[in-house]
Ligand binder design. Structure first.
Ligand SMILES: NC(=O)c1ccc[n+]([C@@H]2O[C@H](COP(=O)([O-])OP(=O)(O)OC[C@H]3O[C@@H](n4cnc5c(N)ncnc54)[C@H](O)[C@@H]3O)[C@@H](O)[C@H]2O)c1
Length: 341
């Protein structure tokens, strides 16, 4: 254990030392009330390098990790297809868990996770981190408090700077379940209303290989919520100027929008005009504050508070993602209830 970590904090065992696992390990190790207890990965070199960096032991498997006496909770950061089995294993071990999104690519599997956690009486917090971004959250609070009047339209833009590796795309479940699922959650978070229907379109405008995998890299969805609010969302796997993340809520009394931050606030002025610094490159930089905040929220969950983002949120967003995928494939609107039935 690192001597700098506070004593008396909850030990988190982290599973999956890839892109997001490494990020979470570094953040959670710095949160008051949490301590990184051990890490594991299917690829020994991945866990060994992270363990060496953070001064924690390696567990040989998720089961070995969960059996450690210094592990009080589990962070599931492995690929999507492993999430449900690991959530169930954590529940059966009596351990609360943080699980990355999406919970699953299959609704019945998501329900299996929900049932196991309910039966065990444990808690799971799902990794929809954007709810913890201060700007998006301020928009959601204003919208939900009625400060914008009756909500009419929510508009969400989410564009990655570069596409993920091809092997990630193949196992991702497609752009709606992998990427736009964050925005479906944001739409529910801002409106406070479930999506009743989705109409989605998809195109391959960035990387032809993504199309060969049966996926799209450029998509848009229109959601009609149960209260009549409309949400529009656009996603691209490649925005050459950086990680473009904006949320706007528009209502009868006004509008409120989160803006992209720049890496610094200085403005260069020249005869040709003014220029600002670029925006943060990708999720690690843009959402660092949100990741820290979701871990701070997890401390409260371990203290007995209900999870701020639940497996049920994950299930609801998966149903929208599956409806959007079907809509884009079939070229017509799809009722979310048709998917859930
Ligand atoms: N919330 C976010 O901002 C965010 C960002 C990126 C990824 N994600 C999600 O996190 C998950 C992981 O994505 P990633 O980009 O880090 O993937 P990744 O491929 O970079 O890393 C996954 C790691 O898990 C390991 N692994 C695979 N199977 C395992 C098993 N059974 N047990 C232990 N380790 C195993 C792999 O060896 C790899 O090191 C995905 O579900 C993804 O949707 C969330």
């Amino acid at each position: 254990m690192s001597p700098s970590l506070p004593a008396g904090s909850a030990g988190v065992g982290l599973i999956g030392c890839g892109r997001i696992g490494r990020l979470h390990a570094r953040h959670l190790a710095g949160i008051d009330g949490l301590r990184l207890a051990a890490v594991c990965d299917a690829v020994p070199a991945a866990s060994a390098s992270l363990a060496a960096e953070l001064g924690v032991p390696v567990a040989g498997s998720p089961a070995a990790l969960m059996a450690r006496s210094d592990v009080d909770a589990v962070a599931i950061c492995s690929p999507t297809e492993t999430h449900v089995d690991l959530v169930v294993a954590a529940a059966e071990a009596g351990l609360p868990a943080f699980c990355e999104k999406p919970v699953s690519l299959d609704l019945a599997e998501a329900e299996r996770a929900i049932s196991a956690v309910a039966a065990a009486g444990t808690a799971v917090q799902l990794g929809f981190n954007r709810r913890f971004d201060p700007s998006h959250r301020a928009v959601a609070i204003a919208a939900r408090n009625g400060e914008l009047g009756e909500l009419h339209i929510v508009r969400i833009t989410s564009r990655d700077p570069v596409p993920p590796p091809h092997d990630y795309v193949v196992g991702s479940g497609g752009i709606f379940a992998d990427m736009m699922i964050h925005d479906f959650d944001m739409a529910r978070f801002v409106t406070g209303a479930e999506a009743a229907e989705v109409y989605a379109v998809g195109a391959v405008r960035v990387d032809p290989a993504i199309g060969e995998f049966g996926d799209w890299d450029t998509v848009a969805s229109v959601l009609t919520h149960t209260d009549g609010t409309i949400t529009t969302i656009d996603n691209s796997r490649q925005a050459v100027y950086g990680y473009d993340q904006r949320v706007e809520a528009f209502g009868s009394a006004g509008a409120m929008a989160s803006q992209n931050p720049n890496v610094h606030s200085a403005i260069r002025s020249a005869p040709t005009g003014a220029a600002s610094a670029p925006m943060p490159w990708f999720f690690a930089e843009r959402y660092a504050e949100s990741y820290r905040a979701e871990w701070a929220a997890f401390v409260e969950v371990l203290a007995g508070e209900p999870p701020p983002v639940t497996l049920e949120d994950g299930r609801a967003c998966l149903a929208i993602a599956l409806a959007a995928t079907r809509s884009a494939q079939q070229g017509c609107p799809v009722r979310v209830a048709e998917i859930s039935a």
